[in-house]
Design a protein around this ligand. Structure first.
Ligand code: FBP
Length: 575
């Protein structure tokens, strides 16, 4: 066999030239974690910052042990910590997000050789089953700076019943576990808060780490962004930028791109600010301005008309994944459906699609049935897809982008019929293509920001575990000025929300705020972007060189940074 053949075979199982290169890429580490040429755990102290929500009284009653211990106070790193003999289990929960492997690396580095780190196979489901393996130094060297969650897998099981709680209690006892670290989004961190309370009498602590590409787990200066958002949006921005470059070259297509991010439009807004397409829907604006679906469709068709009149027959529309849930009339319908489905969950799940449609039509209010019947049959079915165990509709499976195209095309025809017969618009032929960018962005090798952010988040989580803290979520603040290691009390974030027919404790999703600097900047530029070609192609994410150290534009604008560069301390080699 030739040398090249051998080299190609050696690249199998995550040993491409790229993967080998990123494994040893140095990433910035906060100075408090650096001890000479290695890393160390730090101690955390209570601060005077206390977090509360509108439901704090009810939360204090429901989580007495956690609130008594934390007083809902933020923690900040102070001093070093030396602890031996602890056993910590880490798990991924929910959709993958780039940087997750580095969280594991950071936890392992904080625990050092004197403590044990266990990996939980396949998320919360693996915790219930007590399915663990011990993480070695060799393993963390292998996963460092790589994308995905494949090292231990993930799932969306919500641990909520008494039977599940007692399974977890038995598992932690059997495996002698001191701390569980849950690396997940808003729902998973709610799970962490609940488990922290349930396991407190056993002296077992639970720590959360803020993960989600959706960017809807953020808390102003206390948690500037969840990890995975930067990598996902940079991947989507590269792809959108490439399409914008193509469509301005081929001069004939309109591209309708649905982009992941579940409910909130942070991913769409960030991608829009990175690439400047002709039209971006921000779901939160649709809801706040009570825009109907036909109003949004009319807006898009009007932008297409204006561009055609200027000789621009191409463009791109960005559609956030959650758009459909934010159209006021749809939102009312979905809330009604959730309530109905929530009360007959088991029976409903067992029905076939025809029976589901009949059932829902028989239960919906009359005027809602009218709206439901107006929707294309494919969308009707998609709205009845099984919710996940947190009650979420699988929005990634609903082809909103084709629905929008199907509605824009006839609206253009109507506008053309009213246009002067000799105008360019009257003779224009609308050519539309649809895309969905989602899974492509969740597992790529992390950007330098996510790589560094995640190792540091892991160092915070590992340190909190060693310090015996419970019911906290790791955070790194002050991203432009060296970074600060902090911890957020989870009970200080909990609210009571109506979900699939029941009141539940949840961490409220952070949505795009219409008075945020990022949204206001978008508003100040969108007319220009609609009427001309102002697009930019940000290119592939970089790990070295002048553009490697960029934070998301939305984060920089909303946090009032001077520029786009992050500074998380020295470029320390991981040892
Ligand atoms: P998380 O809230 O778990 O981070 O979800 C991220 C996400 O990528 C959403 O943007 C998307 O709607 C969903 O996961 C898709 O989930 P699945 O992997 O179950 O198809």
């Amino acid at each position: 066999m030739s040398q090249l053949n051998n080299n190609l075979i050696n690249m199998e199982k995550h040993h491409s030239s790229f993967e080998n290169f990123v494994r040893s890429l140095p990433v910035p580490i906060l100075k408090e974690f650096v001890k000479g040429s290695s890393l160390q755990a730090v101690d955390f102290k209570k601060t005077n910052v206390i977090l509360n929500t509108k439901d704090s009284d009810a939360i204090t009653k429901a989580f007495p042990l956690s609130v008594e211990k934390s007083e809902n106070r933020m923690l900040i790193a102070e001093g070093v910590l030396s602890v031996k003999g602890k056993r910590v289990a880490a798990l991924f929960s929910g959709g993958p997000a780039s940087g997750g492997h580095n969280v594991v690396v950071g936890i392992k580095k904080a625990l050092g050789a004197d403590n044990t780190l266990l990996a939980t196979k396949v998320g919360p489901k693996g915790l219930l089953a007590g399915d663990f393996f011990e993480i070695t130094d060799e393993m963390v060297n292998n996963i460092c700076n790589t994308g995905g969650f494949d090292f231990m897998g993930s799932d969306r099981t919500k641990i909520k019943t008494e039977a599940q709680f007692s399974m977890v209690k038995d598992v932690v006892k059997k495996h002698n576990i001191d701390t569980i670290i849950i690396i997940g989004g808003d729902d998973s961190n709610t799970n962490a808060a609940i488990l922290a309370e349930v396991l407190a009498p056993q002296g077992v602590s639970v720590i959360g780490v803020p993960k989600t590409i959706d960017g809807d787990l953020q808390l102003g200066d206390l948690l500037p962004i969840s990890f995975g958002f930067d990598t996902a949006t940079k991947i989507y921005s590269e792809m959108v930028g490439n399409i914008l470059q193509d469509t301005a070259s081929s001069l004939k297509y309109w591209h309708f791109v649905k982009i992941m991010g579940r409910a909130a439009s942070h991913v769409a807004l960030e991608t829009c600010l990175q690439t400047r397409p002709a039209y971006t829907i921000i779901s939160e604006e649709v809801l706040e301005k009570k825009m109907s679906l036909s109003q949004v469709i009319n807006d898009i068709a009007s932008v297409i008309k204006v561009r055609v009149e200027k000789g621009i027959n191409h463009g791109l529309v960005l559609i956030p994944e959650g758009f459909i849930e934010f159209i006021p009339e749809m939102r009312t319908m979905l809330a009604e459906m959730d309530e109905i489905i929530g009360h007959s969950m088991e029976a409903f799940t067992a029905m076939d699609i025809v029976a589901k449609k009949e059932f829902i039509i028989s239960k919906l209010e009359e005027k809602t049935v009218v709206l439901y019947n107006e929707l294309p049959s494919s969308i009707q079915s998609m709205l009845l897809l099984d919710r996940d165990s947190h009650g979420n509709l699988p929005l990634s499976q609903i082809p909103t982008e084709t629905l929008v195209i199907e509605m824009v095309a006839p609206r253009i025809k109507e506008l053309q019929a009213a246009a002067p017969k000799d105008s360019s618009f009257a003779h224009y032929k609308f050519n539309a293509l649809n895309h969905f960018f989602g899974y492509e962005g969740r597992c790529g090798a992390p950007t330098l920001f996510d790589a560094a952010y995640c190792i540091n988040l892991g160092l915070v989580a590992g340190s909190l575990a060693l310090g015996g803290h419970t019911g906290y979520m790791a955070s790194i603040t002050d991203l432009q000025t060296g970074g600060k290691a902090q911890a957020i009390p989870l009970t200080g974030l909990l609210n009571i929300e109506r979900r699939h027919g029941h009141d539940e404790f949840v961490i409220e999703k952070a949505l795009v705020k219409l008075n945020s600097p990022a949204f206001e900047f978008f508003v100040s530029r969108r007319k220009a972007w609609a009427e001309g070609d102002y697009f930019t192609s940000p290119g592939p994410r970089q790990l070295m060189g002048p553009v490697a150290k960029l934070v998301p534009i939305t984060v920089a604008l909303n946090r009032g940074y001077e520029n786009l560069k992050f500074d998380l301390g020295n470029d320390t080699e991981i040892k």
